[in-house]
Design a protein. Structure first.
Length: 240
């Protein structure tokens, strides 16, 4: 066998080895990239599930609180002030002192209410009048109660959207189910509505004109929609 054929055979073997080595390296590199991608997808899904479960928990607490608050506002039984008569530094039957006390407890830091703040009577019932609002004053069981629409505490649900943002930033979305992506996208839009409605309610409480009950009802409606969407996310994540 001449040297030319030997060299050609040797070169062919080397070429095959080079092609094999390059192909193997590329395959290994692709495999590593796929492993990294799979691990990233798994981390994002785990994060999404944990975040969603926490959001559901917080929404349920907020919904329960706001449902009770709105029911009390509708029925006129929201307690603005509750105090033991024995602990009051004045006679609650003294209207002037009672007005001063109520103003110091509720209205001092709010521009929503303006003078005059006064007590009016309808038979045996006393009302606290502020602008066009009437709050009922009740003394029973050695306690003073003022029922009305003031002194409301918002307990807005603490909702996080970080995992969705991470999924978008890392291009993990292409690995997720389309229906899941669709729900998560709709949550983002509804979350923006929730933030703006919460801000409106806060503005009403701390000075701007508006109907707090209507704002609270809007908040509650959005919270319920968000809860439904997050629960559907959990179902879809469990299918992944």
């Amino acid at each position: 066998m001449d040297n030319t054929k030997l060299n050609f055979k040797h070169l062919a073997i080397e070429a095959i080895l080079i092609v094999f080595t390059v192909s193997l390296a590329l395959a290994l590199s692709e495999w590593r990239q796929q492993v990294k991608k799979d691990q990233l997808v798994e981390r994002v899904i785990t994060s999404l599930k944990s975040e969603t479960e926490k959001n559901i928990e917080n929404l349920k607490k907020a919904i329960s609180y706001h449902q009770e608050l709105i029911a009390n506002l509708r029925s006129g039984t929201h307690v603005m002030i509750s105090a033991s008569i024995d602990e009051l530094p004045f006679d609650p039957l003294n209207d002037n002192e009672l007005v001063s006390f109520v103003k110091s407890q509720i209205y001092a830091n709010s521009s929503t209410y303006a003078d005059p703040v006064e007590i009016i009577k309808d038979g045996e019932t006393k009302y606290l009048r502020t602008d066009d609002r009437l709050s009922t004053i009740v003394i029973k069981n050695d306690s003073l109660f003022v029922f009305g629409t003031g002194n409301i505490i918002l307990r807005s649900a603490q909702i996080s959207n970080n995992s969705w943002q991470i999924a978008q930033a890392t291009n993990v979305l292409i690995e997720l189910d389309y229906d899941l992506i669709s729900v998560l996208g709709s949550i983002t839009t509804k979350f923006e509505d929730f933030e703006s409605t919460t801000e409106m309610a806060i503005n009403i409480l701390y000075g701007n004109a508006g109907q707090i009950q209507s704002a609270m009802e809007d908040m509650l409606s959005i919270e319920k929609e968000l809860l439904e969407k997050y629960e559907s996310v959990i179902l879809k994540l469990n299918e992944e």
